[in-house]
Design a protein around this ligand. Structure first.
Ligand code: URA
Ligand code: SF4
Length: 203
């Protein structure tokens, strides 16, 4: 199971975007509306990696346009990071879900699916060449930093160079906070992580 055979020889954001629509590197293409690659310019110095497209992303074909995306936008603004200067993508490019009546409930991609889809993320990193890649949540952290990296313990640390890799929480986890106080606290911590990233970018 791998996306590798579906990658174009000549890699640009355009050729990747076209080719990813035909990917059958794992079974997730079967029920999704379309593949969702990342979005942003090749000039971006900062790349954010989420888990997988959600319901709205699957329908619109763009990453982080639903509730989690709005929270990310707000946090970026609070941290003084220009969303236009950022490339956003996901560890897995097709939406995985279980139908529940008319709704589609997000289902976490498993390790094989994350591994199968990794060539797309690698290609995006190779084309965009960001200075920093920030994994958001456990799935992205696992894809980029391996299973030993624990977001709760290791968030805010930077690993390697070219690109430097760091991790923080997923914005959806903040949306799931049990009450307003917890939500506020988690948002503050998320924005603090983003500020650290902004500082590294500037250094
Ligand atoms: N959650 C993600 O991980 N990615 C998206 O694009 C949207 C929600
Ligand atoms: Fe290919 Fe990734 Fe979609 Fe699986 S999830 S079919 S590997 S693009």
């Amino acid at each position: 199971m791998s996306a590798e055979p579906y990658l174009p020889k000549r890699k640009t954001l355009n050729t990747l975007n076209q080719a990813v629509q035909d990917c059958k590197g794992c079974s997730l293409w079967q029920h999704a509306t379309q593949a969702v690659l990342g979005e942003g310019t090749t000039k971006a110095q900062l790349m954010f990696v989420g888990e997988q497209p959600g319901d709205q992303e699957d329908q619109q074909g763009r990453p982080f346009v639903g509730p989690a995306g709005r929270l990310l936008d707000k946090a970026l603004e609070e941290a003084g990071i220009d969303r236009q200067a950022v490339y956003v993508t996901n560890a897995v490019k097709h939406f995985k879900f279980t139908p529940q009546g008319k709704r589609r409930i997000h289902k976490k991609p498993n390790a094989e699916e994350v591994r199968a889809c990794h060539p797309w993320l690698e290609a995006e990193i190779a084309v965009v060449k960001p200075k920093i890649v920030a994994a958001m949540g456990a799935t992205a952290a696992q894809a980029l930093l391996g299973p030993k990296f624990k977001v709760t313990k290791d968030r805010g640390t930077f690993v390697g160079s070219d690109p430097m890799i760091t991790a923080t929480v997923h914005p959806s986890s903040i949306l799931r906070a049990p009450d307003e106080d917890a939500r506020h606290e988690q948002m503050t911590a998320f924005v603090d992580d983003l500020r650290l990233i902004a500082k590294r970018l500037a250094s």
